[in-house]
Design a protein around this ligand. Structure first.
Ligand SMILES: [Zn+2]
Length: 199
C-alpha cells in the first residue's frame, strides 16, 4: 500500500480513515484512500446477512463462484475486510479479517513478483512442486462458537482429491495466488445497497 496519509479528495487534507484496494476482473489493482468525511465516495454500502440470519443447517449448500474484489482497511475503527464478488458484481461476500492478514493479501495483490515469496505464495509453490494443485476454495458454513466462517481448500494430487480446513483469509489468499474460484455458500451473500435502491 502507498504511504499516503491524507485523503485522496482534491483539496482535502484530512487523515486517511479507510483505504480500499480494488481488484478488477482483469487483475488490475487500484488503491483509493479517504478520510472519514469522504469515505462514502468509496461506494461500499452493502446489505449483507448477519450471522444471526445464517441458516443453522449446512447439510445442503448451494455455492456461487466469487473472486476477490476489494481489500478494505478501516484504520481508526480497526475493521479489516475481504470483499468478494460474483463475476457480474451483483452479489457480494464480506469477511472480516485481521490487520496482518489484510496487509499480506494487499502485498500479494499489489505485486507481480516478490523478492522472496510471501507465505501463501510459498505454500502454493510447495504444493505444486510436490505435484499437487489447488483446485478451488470453498466457504461452506459458519462456526457460531468462534464467530468465523468455515472454509476448505480442495486439493488434487496423484489422482486424489482432498479437502483441508482453512481460515477464510488463507482460502482467499491461496485462491488468489492460484487464480482458482472461491465458491461461497449462497446463504452468506449480500448485495450492493445502490444496485437495489436505485430504480
Ligand atoms: Zn477527505
Amino acid at each position: 500500500m502507498s504511504s499516503r496519509t491524507t485523503c485522496y479528495v482534491t483539496g482535502c487534507s484530512n487523515p486517511v480513515s479507510r483505504t480500499a484496494l480494488f481488484v478488477a476482473l482483469d487483475g488490475a489493482v487500484s488503491e483509493v484512500s479517504h478520510c472519514q468525511e469522504h469515505v462514502r465516495n468509496l461506494g461500499m454500502d452493502w446489505v449483507i446477512p448477519t450471522p444471526a440470519a445464517f441458516p443453522r443447517d449446512f447439510s445442503r449448500i448451494s455455492y456461487v463462484d466469487c473472486g476477490l474484489s476489494i481489500v478494505s482497511l478501516e484504520y481508526a475503527a480497526e475493521r479489516f475486510a475481504l470483499v468478494l464478488k460474483t463475476s457480474d458484481a451483483e452479489r457480494v461476500f464480506v469477511a472480516q479479517t485481521g490487520y496482518t492478514e489484510a496487509c499480506w493479501i494487499s502485498y500479494i495483490v499489489e505485486r507481480a513478483e516478490y523478492p522472496a515469496p510471501p507465505t501463501h505464495v510459498l505454500l502454493v509453490r510447495i504444493l505444486e512442486a510436490l505435484g499437487g494443485s489447488l483446485v478451488e476454495a470453498t466457504v461452506d458454513s459458519y462456526d457460531f462458537d468462534r464467530n468465523a466462517y468455515r472454509c476448505q481448500l480442495v486439493l488434487e494430487a496423484g489422482g486424489r482429491s482432498m479437502k483441508i480446513a482453512s481460515r477464510v483469509s488463507d482460502a482467499v489468499a491461496m485462491a488468489y495466488v492460484v487464480g482458482c474460484p472461491i465458491r461461497v455458500n449462497a446463504a452468506f451473500l449480500g448485495y450492493d445497497y445502490k444496485s437495489r435502491s436505485v430504480s
